[in-house]
Write a protein that binds this ligand. Structure first.
Ligand code: FDA
Length: 585
């Protein structure tokens, strides 16, 4: 007999574990989350929060989304992305990033009802955790996962209560390994991995100092510092990252992983801070210092039987592109509704296999993308004559050469501009953040061809209702109050949604019939004149890619799982066929 029983046991209360707990509790599923420490993240770590993640928070509730904005640094202060010799030294170039270029801003505004922002992990985790606990999650801190065993009916997990030193067993139907980059759960579940750990060394120096005079006139999250040694290890260049504007900072500085691990003493940390800020008299209040390694590794299978892993447990990569916590929270959004439906008896267990089919390719994609972004600093160093093996004195000369009035210097200036502009693949890659399209048994395309990307798929989000893609956002308007509501707001909250227009009433009746037959909830909306929601601007008609009498079937995670271009001869039969397949019934 186990000491404790629960439906879902979650190991870890980081972004992925806390998000899963919050979602499961919102869907009415009993769950327990454990953490070996007594509290949540104690350093800011992940911070860039993209629109897709904010859509998950919005799905949890407008109160959750709004609270994130209260604590976050807004998008307006995120985006000058400075490259400089030091904060007080010469600026080499800059690029508008994180949706702050006017063209990119327009794409952000058109893509989502939410806003990108900078929310340090020390604030994101408590928000998700509080949401989870207040909605029913049993949280057990100072409780360490040791091992698990699964059988046909469930999983028995052994943990250690670190306050008493005693072991306890927890029986659950499913186990989630959200236990970070050194995941024991993934190891014990025997998940296969590709790639390497420890491909570079890096250190984090967290400190307080008022640096307003160097930065407030060029607001940014990231200030990249090019100094001798800046291209060694780490994330490609020395970094001064804003944690809170403009008095809390995190310096990220690389070291050679093949050499000895540096001891980051307070003296050393102060020296690095003075060097990167460029002020030999700078006084800092050191908050913490630590070393970490750059990883390039992802799981090629994300689950084994009743055990599912997510977050850093399955994708381990540098912070480049700000994908770490975002992807972790999005893993949770993919899995939680599936677990809920299976546990409520509304879906067959095979639905859970789609988690692996849908998220393993994303793990590979983002690990590859983040590591490639490190390599793409190379052309900046080369254009400045700061490549490997150049001695510091020569480096300074090469750097200065760009300010001459010669043709060679003009060529160098152009090379610098190009190399910096190319970094939009790290700092303004809206497509990487928003273009995730799934292929699995939980999607039915009925043979419809996937639309090709008209623009660069890493840089630009391309809305489509092709099954597998996230439902496009468009503002529609409530007929009663006139209030603008996103199409995404019409969906989600753990339920399937059917969207149709005038002439598609038969789809709505079919959805009601099939929902009753299958014992599931399907929300239906007919969008059009004199209906509850009206498409005054025509934006939805343009985005939906179906006729008014067609329909879109949208999963609880906002991904379209099926669409019909127009009214079919047998709507109930079609909808029933698709839902039985998607739900593995
Ligand atoms: P995460 O590691 O956050 O959480 C794991 C959880 O599991 C924790 O609660 C932990 O205590 C718990 N746990 C682990 N083993 C356990 C056990 N045996 N028993 C019980 N509990 C256990 N990303 C980014 O985008 N930008 C950035 O700047 C940074 N910077 C950064 C700095 C440092 C120092 C680190 C360590 C990481 C980053 N990251 C980052 C990465 C980012 O923090 C990361 O992608 C997310 O936190 C991943 O979230 P998870 O929930 O998957 O794991």
């Amino acid at each position: 007999m186990a000491d404790i029983t629960t439906e879902v046991l979650i190991i870890g209360t980081g972004p992925s574990g806390a998000a899963t707990a919050a979602l499961l509790s919102s869907y009415g599923i009993q769950n327990m989350a454990i953490n070996r420490y007594r509290w949540l993240a104690n350093t800011p770590r992940a911070h860039i929060t993209n629109q897709r993640t904010m859509e998950v928070l919005r799905d949890l509730g407008r109160d959750v989304e709004d609270e994130a904005y209260v604590f976050a640094t807004g998008q307006d202060l995120m985006g000058e992305n400075i490259f400089c010799e030091s904060l007080s030294g010469e600026e080499i170039g800059r690029m508008k990033s994180w949706g702050n270029h006017p063209l990119s801003r327009a794409e952000h505004l058109m893509s989502s009802p939410t806003k990108m922002n900078d929310l340090p992990q020390t604030m994101m985790e408590p928000l998700l955790f509080k949401t989870a606990c207040s909605r029913g999650t049993q949280a057990r801190m100072s409780t360490e996962y040791l091992r698990h065993e699964q059988d046909a009916d469930g999983v028995t997990t052994t943990c250690r209560d670190r306050l008493t030193g005693k072991d306890l067993t927890i029986r659950s139907k499913y186990l989630i390994g959200a236990d970070g980059g050194k995941s024991l759960v993934a190891e014990h579940a025997g998940l296969p991995f590709e790639g390497k750990m420890g491909v570079g060394g890096s250190m984090n120096i967290l400190f307080r100092a008022d640096l307003s005079r160097y930065v407030a006139h060029r607001p940014s999250v990231l200030y990249w510092v090019m100094q001798p040694g800046a291209d060694v290890g780490g994330i490609g260049m020395g970094l001064v990252r804003m944690v809170r504007p403009w008095n809390e900072w995190l310096i990220v500085w690389g070291y050679d992983i093949n050499g000895p691990e540096p001891k980051v003493t307070p003296e050393f940390a102060t020296d690095v801070a003075r060097q990167l800020v460029g002020d030999p008299n700078l006084e800092i209040e050191l908050l913490s210092a630590s070393v970490w390694t750059v990883n390039n590794r992802y799981a090629t299978r994300t689950s084994n039987g009743r055990v599912f892993c997510m977050g850093d447990a399955i994708h381990r990569h540098p912070p480049s592109n700000g994908l770490g916590s975002n992807t972790s929270i999005q893993d949770a959004f993919n899995l939680a509704w599936k677990l809920a439906l299976v546990l409520k008896g509304q879906a067959g267990e095979r639905l859970l296999e789609s988690y692996d089919a849908e998220r393993a390719p994303i793990a590979k994609q983002i690990v590859t993308r983040a590591n490639q972004s490190i390599a793409e600093f190379g052309p900046i160093f080369e254009s400045l004559g700061m490549g490997e093996g150049v001695d510091p004195e020569q480096m300074q000369k090469n750097l200065s050469a760009r300010s001459a009035g010669t043709a060679a210097a003009e060529g160098q200036r152009e090379a610098i501009r190009k190399a910096i502009a190319f970094k939009k693949y790290e700092f303004d890659a809206h497509g990487v953040e928003m273009n995730q399209r799934y292929r699995s048994a939980a999607i039915e395309t009925d043979g419809q061809i996937e639309p090709a990307f008209a623009l660069d798929a890493d840089l630009h989000y391309q809305p489509t209702t092709w099954p597998g893609a996230r439902l496009p956002h468009a503002w529609v308007y409530r007929r009663d109050s006139g209030a603008a509501v996103s199409t995404l707001d019409l969906c989600g909250h753990g339920r399937f949604t059917l969207l149709t227009g005038l002439g598609g009433e038969a789809w709505a009746s079919a959805a009601t019939k099939i929902a009753a037959e299958l014992g599931i909830e399907i929300t239906t909306h007919i969008i059009g004149p004199r209906q509850s929601y009206v498409d005054h601007s025509g934006d939805w008609a343009r985005a939906s890619e179906i006729r008014d009498n067609g329909c879109l079937l949208v999963r609880p995670d906002h991904h379209v799982c099926w669409r019909a271009e127009s009214l079919s001869a047998a709507p109930a039969a079609d909808l029933g066929r698709v839902l039985r397949k998607v739900l593995a019934r």
